[in-house]
Design a protein around this ligand. Sequence first.
Ligand code: MN
Ligand code: MN
Ligand code: MN
Length: 273
Amino acid sequence: MITDLHCHSTASDGALAPRDLLCRASDRGVDLLAITDHDTVDAYVALDRSCAPDLRIVPGVEFSSQWRGCTIHVVGLGIDLDSPVLTKAIERQQTARARRADVIAERLIKAGCNDALVGARRIAGDAPLGRPHFAQYLLESGRVKSISAAFKKYLGPGKPGDVKHFWPSVETVVDWIRAAGGTAVLAHPGKYKLTNTRLGLLVDDFAASGGRAIEVLCGRQAPDLTRKLATLCNDRKLFASCGSDFHLPDRPWSELGCCGPLPATCRPVWELL
Ligand code: MN
Ligand code: MN
Ligand code: MN
C-alpha cells in the first residue's frame, strides 16, 4: 500500500489544484492520501474525486505553531471538516497569517524590497499568504536567483521574514485537532534544525499535549534520519506517519507517494484513522 499523508494544493502554497493533486496521486499509485494545506481545509470544499475514485482520502490540515522560539508544524489527520472548533481555529490562523504577512512585508521593505506585499498577494491569489509566496515574489522581482536563496537571505530562520510570534503554542494546536476528532502528528521533525536533546524535548512535550504520531518519513531522506526518528517514535510509544510534503512537480525528493514504506518496527498512524 502506498500512503501519503502530507501534501499541499493551491488552497495553500502548492502548485496543483486539489483535483489535479488527486489525479497525480492516483497516477502514482497512491492508495491513501491526506491533503494537508497550511491552516486551511478549502481543498476539501466540493472536491472533485472523479479521476481518483479508488483513492482513500483522509481529511487533513497542517497548522503552524511555536515551541520555545521555533516554528513547529503539526498535521491533523482524520479531522471532522464540519467541526466548529476547526472552523474557529482556521479563522484564528488566517488572522495570524495576515498579521504575520504584514510584518514580513514591513521588514522586507526595510531590507529594500518594496512592493513585497502586493507582489506576494498577486502570486498567492486566493490562498492565505505564506513565506513561499514572498519567496516567489523575491525571485520574480530579481532580488534573488532561486527560492532557496530567498529563504537563505530573507525568509529563513533568523532572517527578516522569520516571523513566528503570531502562532499559537503546540499544545493549543494539538487541542484543536483533538477537539475536531483528529489525530495530531508532528510534521517533519528533522527539518527544525534542533539538537537531539531539544528534539527529544519537543517530542516529549508534543506527546504530553496529546500528540499521537510523528512523521518518521517526510520526503526522501537519509536512512540515518529515518532510523533516528523511528527510535524517537517507538521510545515514546507514538505512531508513525509518512508523507511527501509535495508542493509542486519536478521535485523527485518530495513527489507524491515517494517515501514509504515505514520501518517495520513502527506502528503506522493509519491504524488510528
Ligand atoms: Mn508549504
Ligand atoms: Mn511544514
Ligand atoms: Mn507541508
